[in-house]
Design a protein around this ligand. Structure first.
Ligand SMILES: [Zn+2]
Length: 213
């Protein structure tokens, strides 16, 4: 029987433990004596600590790559498990690569931020989650109130980010924290139709039905 490949997507906000989950899975593959290769986008040096997997005294560090094509080029023939970090930074062609590798019997494990700092789906993440065999969505703990957090709150030079700020900023001091939906805030976020109507209803409905919060 042909070896069955798979695509696993590990996602969530910052500080949700995505790297730990990736390391856990990579280490399991190494225990099973599988050949593992780990990649990360070279753009990413501000987002996190480089993932290092150690096994029996062997260090596996992520190979930085600048494009999806470079992953393809650096892939060695015997590799059975392909791990990709911060996968949200790659373009949509990552979808074809992951699908093709899984179809030919490889174990593909990718991790990334499912939402950007505006709470919008990040890059190729929604499509990857849709075509995956397994999605592991992790939550962090809100730094403000201690409840489970799904969002990444961003500050630039000590101030809350503006909705219209670019997703990737060069030359500014950025800080991030995990926040729940109660504590999440962002400057100049365009209100959607329902949020606007809810506000209006709350104003005009002082004596009427109570609108649940
Ligand atoms: Zn909170």
């Amino acid at each position: 029987m042909k070896q069955l490949g798979s695509l696993v997507v590990v996602c969530g906000s910052m500080y949700a433990g995505k790297s730990e989950e990736l390391i856990r899975r990579a280490r399991r593959a190494l225990y099973a004596k599988k050949k593992v290769q780990v990649f990360k986008p070279s753009i990413d040096n501000r987002y996190d600590e480089t993932m290092v997997v150690t096994h029996m005294g062997v260090r596996h560090e992520a190979e930085p790559v600048s494009s999806v094509g470079e992953i393809w080029e650096k892939l060695q023939p015997g590799t059975e498990v392909i791990v990709i970090e911060e996968v949200q930074f790659f373009d949509q062609s990552i979808l074809d690569l992951c699908t093709t590798l899984a179809d030919c019997g490889k174990q593909v494990i990718v991790a990334g931020l499912d939402q950007d700092f505006r709470r919008k789906p990040f890059g190729p993440m929604p499509q990857l989650m849709a075509v995956a065999d397994e999605v592991v969505k992790l939550r962090a703990i809100c730094l403000q109130c201690g409840q489970p957090a799904s969002h990444t709150y961003r500050m630039i030079n000590g101030k809350p980010a503006d909705f219209h700020d670019p997703i990737v900023l060069i030359g500014a001091t950025e800080d991030y924290e995990a926040r729940c939906r109660n504590c999440f805030e962002i400057k100049s976020e365009p209100k959607n139709r329902f949020a606007t109507e809810l506000k209006k209803k709350k104003k005009t409905n002082a004596t009427g039905t109570r609108i649940p919060k």
